[in-house]
Structure formats: C-alpha cells, structure tokens
Design a protein around this ligand. Structure first.
Ligand code: MSP
Length: 492
C-alpha cells in the first residue's frame, strides 16, 4: 500500500488563527482526502508551536501562566479545524513531554556529533521574530526584514548549529531535486540568502525562560525554530504512535512526505530543516510553499497588522465548504491571492450556486417530475452521450494528473469544466421538450451518474456537499428512490 505523511506548520498560539492559517491547513486536508481516495495510507499532522517570548508576553497580558494561556488557545485551534472539516490524524503540541525530551536528546546527539558548538553571537536581533539578523539582512535603520520592527543589538554566548558545513549539499539539493516547489522561491532562497548571508544558526537563547532547557547547561533554552522543526520527527515518539520515526524518515522508507508551508518560513523548512535531517542521516521531504492571502488592498493578512479575517465568523455565515472552495479556486498555488467577503460572495454565487447547485437542483426536479424519484435503469447511451463521455474522461484524467502534481487550482478548473459541460447538456437536450420516453431516460440516467462521479472528484474540496449528494443518491445505489435533497449552496 502506498503511504504519505502530510504536514502543516505548527501554528503559534499567541493569538487566534486567521484565514491565512486556515488556507495552509485546508490545502493539507484536501490532499489527505485525495490520497485516501487513491487508496493511500495517510498520516496528517498539524499542531501548535508553544514556546518563546511572544507566548510569555501574551500570557502576561492575560494574567495567566504560559501553560494556562496556551491550553485555552489550543481549544480554539481545534474548534476551528473541526468546523473546517479538517481531518488531521494527530495534533502535536511542543509542550508535550515526549516532544521536549526528543528535542533535548537531539540537541545532545548533534552536540556529540560536533554539529553543535558553543560560540559568541554579536549582532542584531528581532525580539518579535526571535531571530538574529546580520547587518546586511537588516533593512535601512536596523529594521527587521520580516516584521519591520526595530532590531536591537545583542551580544551573548550561544550554541550554534554548523549548517554552513552543508552549504554546497543543500544548494545542490535545491537545484537538482524537487525538495522545494515552486521554483521562484528556490531561486530567491539561493540568490538572496544562501549565496549572500548564510551562516551557522544560533540555536539557544539566554534571555528567554519559556522554552525547552538544555540538559547540559540550564542557563539556556533551545531556540523556538530548532524546537519547532523537530515536531515532524518527535510526533512518532508519542505513546499512541503506530509508527516509529525511522518508518517514515529513514533513507529507504517507502513513505512519501509532503510538507505544506507558507512562503515566509521557506528558509527554515528548505534550508535548516533538510540540513538537520541530513545530520541525523534521514531523508529529505518534498516541501510546498504557498503564497500569502492578502487583503483587497494587497496587504499581507496578519494578526500584527490588524487586518486578519476570522475564519469562524466566515464559516458561520457561509459554511465551511464555501470557504474551502474559495481559497483553492481564487488563490493560484504559489502566488499571493486576495481575499475579501465580496469576492467570496461572487465565487459562491457564480460557481457553487449558479453552476453546481443549479445542475443538481434541475436534475433532482426532473427525476421527481418524470420518474417519481427513480433513476432510470437499463438504458443504452446514444452516440451523443458516448462522445460526451469521452470529453468528460479528459476532464477526469486531467483532474487526476493535476491532483497528483499538487496543482489544485488546475484540478478545480477541470471540475468546473465538467459541471459546465453537464449544464450545457441539459440546455442542448431540453429534456422538458423530449417526447421519446426512452431517450428521456437516457438523459436523466446520464446526468445523475455524472453528477455522482463529478461530486466524488469534488469531494476533497467540499466534503460536506459530497455527504449531501451521497444521502440524496443513496451512496450511489442507483436502484433506490432518490431522497429529498437538502440545500447545497444558496444564492447570497
Ligand atoms: N510556528 C511557526 C511555524 C513552525 S513550523 C515548524 C509559524 N507559525 S505561525 O502561526 O506564524 O503560522 C505561519 C503559517 O501560517 C505560515 O507558514 C502560513 O502557512 C500561514 N500563514 C500566516 N499568514 C498567512 C497569510 N496571510 N496567508 C497565507 N498563509 C499565511 O510560523
């Protein structure tokens, strides 16, 4: 059996999640559902990245200790994933004991292997991103290139990860393999970072208390990114895990690994992370980095900019299928894409209502009117339906091809073509004028069968709707009378 391990980043519980975080997680969930359809064994991991200064600050504001604070926020994460129909297999928290222990052990292991050494850090530091920057990387006026806040000068003893040892190795990996998609991010990473300012990574902090402390030196806690990245390995150390770390990560494992991230964390995932894996003698994953959701004005949506849209509000208003669909349809994978409620409404009305629901509603009406709710059986398709089926087969093949390549936008476009083709079929055939009972049976059989097939292909994107279709059509048992259909999407 084929197997795939799919991950999202683990999100910071320093605030509520917004539609950008939902986007990443939805992409992962769609892929899980698709791979399940293909008969894969899937392990889908998400979780929360709970250490670091930002969490301490937030907890203080709320007059709670860190653990109390994150426990509460995590409940909101899980609620959001449930409402969005996210079918993850495990939710990892970096405050889980097995994770903390694994991080400490890995630190010791890499120290013993001399991949970690003690040195002195002197330079610029962003307190908010908990990241060091060189003067070259800083923007004019010592501004953080990531969050645009003021950087502070800092000098402290620190442990470093000897990533520079693998500079050539990682460059070649990036250039010659499919470690990272899309290509433009690869180039950017190599030209603007790897070739310019790649240096060993400081992986401890002295000033921070809320983190995993070193076993050998209690004055330090481990840097959040080193802690966080290891979640993709440590998860298999949890007591309930069916798998061992090596099952998935050893060199000759037959698992596929797909890690979905947003582009701003490409550096950590496509440079440092593969190097850590290399140091442990493990294999490297496939990483897919998507673009940002930006506002109508083209600004990145983020909590710190106060322009973030709460997905819970949208789900309650429009339903989770509509949100899932919008995000994949309207955002070209790998590119930035706009989100606004107006565009969402336009998409719902234009495609989900006018095209998809309309097709189903018309077919439902005709089945009830002409055949008392029974799907006509034992029919012979005419050349027209046979030829149309060939065209439809093209859509299906393209859909599978695009899905396999993680080109979800293009896959959705094939589905839309499929829907449009069926609507056109109704318009051309005008079944309400059809005098030949036998041919009327053909039309309704053809339509119902194709609606079912189409909805199946559509199901990873809009799983709730597929459930409705399934109930309507008795899970595809066409010998039974159809059931009353609930609403799919209604005009807003
Ligand atoms: N905790 C780290 C990740 C550690 S993974 C080992 C982190 N967390 S985060 O809460 O800031 O979430 C970052 C992720 O959220 C991004 O990689 C991206 O997947 C998603 N997004 C956050 N804002 C986004 C947009 N405006 N648009 C699209 N996705 C964005 O970084």
């Amino acid at each position: 059996m084929k197997k795939i391990f799919i991950t999202t980043p683990i999100y910071y519980p320093n605030d509520k999640l917004h539609i950008g975080h939902a986007y990443t997680t939805i992409l992962a969930d769609i892929y899980k559902r698709y791979k399940k359809m293909q008969g894969y064994e899937v392990f889908f991991l998400t979780g929360s990245d709970e250490h670091g200064q930002k969490i301490t600050e937030k907890a203080r504001q709320e007059k709670q200790n860190e653990k109390e604070y994150v426990d509460k926020i995590i409940e909101n994460f899980k609620l959001l994933w449930a409402k969005l129909n996210i079918n993850y297999d495990y939710f990892i928290r970096t405050t889980d004991k097995y994770h903390e222990q694994f991080v400490q052990e890995t630190f010791q292991e890499l120290l013993t292997k001399s991949y970690i050494y003690k040195g002195k850090y002197k330079g610029l530091y962003c307190k908010y991103d908990e990241t060091f920057f060189t003067e070259k990387q800083a923007l004019v006026g010592n501004i953080c290139p990531e969050c645009k806040r003021k950087l502070v000068s800092l000098e402290e003893e620190s442990y470093f990860l000897k990533v520079t040892l693998f500079k050539n190795w990682i460059k070649e990996k990036l250039q010659k393999t499919d470690l990272l998609t899309p290509n433009h991010l690869k180039k950017e990473l190599i030209n603007n970072f790897l070739d310019k300012s790649f240096s060993d990574l400081s992986i401890t902090r002295k000033s921070i208390r809320w983190g995993i402390s070193l076993l050998n030196d209690k004055n330090y806690v481990i840097y959040v990114w080193f802690d966080a990245l290891l979640n993709y390995l440590s998860v298999f150390k949890n007591k309930e895990s069916k798998y061992k770390v090596t099952d998935i990560w050893k060199k000759d494992s037959n698992w596929e690994i797909l890690q979905i991230i947003g582009k701003e964390i490409t550096r950590f995932h496509a440079l440092y992370w593969p190097i850590i894996l290399k140091m442990k003698n493990y294999r490297t994953p496939k990483i897919f980095a998507h673009g940002w959701i930006v506002t109508d004005q083209g600004e990145k949506m983020s909590k710190s900019k106060n322009n973030a849209i709460d997905p819970l509000f949208l789900i309650d208003k429009y339903g989770s299928d509509a949100i899932r669909f919008y995000l994949v349809k309207n955002i070209a994978l790998g590119e930035d894409g706009r989100f606004s409620e107006n565009l969402l409404i336009k998409t719902i009305n234009g495609i989900l209502v006018n095209k998809y629901s309309n097709l189903i509603a018309r077919t439902d009406k005709m089945l009830n009117k002409y055949f008392a709710g029974f799907i006509p059986q034992e029919i012979i398709y005419s050349d027209y339906e046979i030829n149309l089926s060939k065209e439809i087969n093209n859509f299906k093949n393209n859909y599978y091809k695009f899905m396999d390549q993680f080109k979800l936008n293009q896959a959705i476009d094939e589905i839309i073509k499929y829907i449009e083709t069926l609507n056109k079929y109704i318009e051309n055939k005008e079944p309400w004028k059809e005098k030949d009972q036998k041919y009327l049976k053909v039309i309704l059989n053809f339509l119902t069968k194709n609606i079912f097939d189409l909805s199946y292909l559509f199901s990873p994107f809009i799983p709730n709707s597929f459930q409705i279709i399934n109930e309507w059509l008795n899970q595809g048992d066409f010998t039974k009378k159809i059931n009353k259909i609930n609403f799919l999407f209604t005009k807003i």
